[in-house]
Design a protein around this ligand. Sequence first.
Ligand SMILES: C[S@@+](CC[C@H](N)C(=O)[O-])C[C@H]1O[C@@H](n2cnc3c(N)ncnc32)[C@H](O)[C@@H]1O
Ligand code: SF4
Length: 415
Amino acid sequence: MASVLTDKHPCFSSEAQHQYARMHLPVAPQCNISCNYCSRKYDCVNESRPGVTSEVLSPAEAYAKFEKVKAAIPNLSVVGIAGPGDALADWNKTRETIELIKNTDPDVLFCLSTNGLLLPEYAPEIVELGVRHVTVTVNCTEPVIGAQIYGAVNYQGTRYTGAEGAEILLNNQQAGIRYLADHGVIVKVNIVMITMVNDRHIPTVVKKVKQLGASLTNIMPFLPAQGSVFSGLPQTNMHDVTAMRVACNVELKQMTHCRQCRADAIGLLSQDRNNEFRSCAATTLVEATESKPLPFANYYKVAVTSQAGKLVDLHFGQAEKFDIYQVNNNRYELVETRCLEKYCSGNEECDSEDKRREAIMTALSDCDAVLTMRIGYQAQKRLLKHGIMSVEYCYTVESGLYYAVEQLELKAAAV
Ligand SMILES: C[S@@+](CC[C@H](N)C(=O)[O-])C[C@H]1O[C@@H](n2cnc3c(N)ncnc32)[C@H](O)[C@@H]1O
Ligand code: SF4
């Protein structure tokens, strides 16, 4: 039977994702390990992926932001701490933030995300604080595989590398998951699927964490992050991720609706509103939208970022081609493919970069929406100035097109 705790948590329950909003409070910037896929140094405003945030807050600032968001989003059910580093590496700030909110709003569900290194130390306090959802990232169970994924593990004042460091991390993760599950905490395990590194080993991880008491796993595609050791590896194909989720679902419940959110995400999973609540945000995305006439004969034109045309599996900033579809709520047709330069070249400051980005906007300006796996705030804002809505989605192109139509119609109804 589904628990009331998971029923209201949009990340732990696919039913709750459409009804309940969550907010991530970025109060924990530090980390105690180095994952080779992680980069928190590259502060690109166009990025929308884990570890990215536009601000780091003190516990008091986080509390003030919570109050503001709660007033604006009454269906806010969950407050999570997902970095931008590790919730337990900055435990004092994490705990203080939770305590401040809990004292005034005892109904909020709290969750936190961790690599698990410090779970043996803090799991009893987590339980005592009343945190009932914890996400632990477990990418392998074998130290030799861990040695390829983790550059270093800093534990109790010593820096460990290779299989030695990985072994400490993996042992602590496993002990921590068992403790939490035995004490009534719902544990979700994130697994970053990295082709040729840990992909074949994932079913073993799922089996192990199930034995330890985890309730579900979330197999996520590896996203190459500029500035990370793995920046040159290819992004994991969504087709492979989906196949792995299906195979592992036989063993344990799988999360399939993860959006790999930013550390400051706010709102429903499908509609990140973090930009409305940034301390420096002068206008909202809605305010920035220019009106655009309704499309001819109720057909919308949607530009899709897809590697092979079947799945929405490409970041907007990485796309070099856009498939242009005409679509309404029961038909769609691919009308052309436009080859353009990449939006994100990594050369943020340069003047010609701005011109190039405007040229991309002009090339897409006849479209009503861009359907993409992920898109950053500045790129969304620029698209909206051209009257183009951005829709983040992570499954087939076909279902994504209908989802985009739904979003366009909702927007039209709200005007
Ligand atoms: C930024 S972390 C924050 C929580 C914590 N430090 C951890 O690693 O679990 C949130 C999630 O994003 C994942 N992640 C970070 N960088 C990633 C990347 N480049 N590709 C895919 N997943 C990534 C992490 O493994 C983790 O599951
Ligand atoms: S544990 Fe989390 S924050 Fe730390 S390096 Fe890994 S992904 Fe980044």
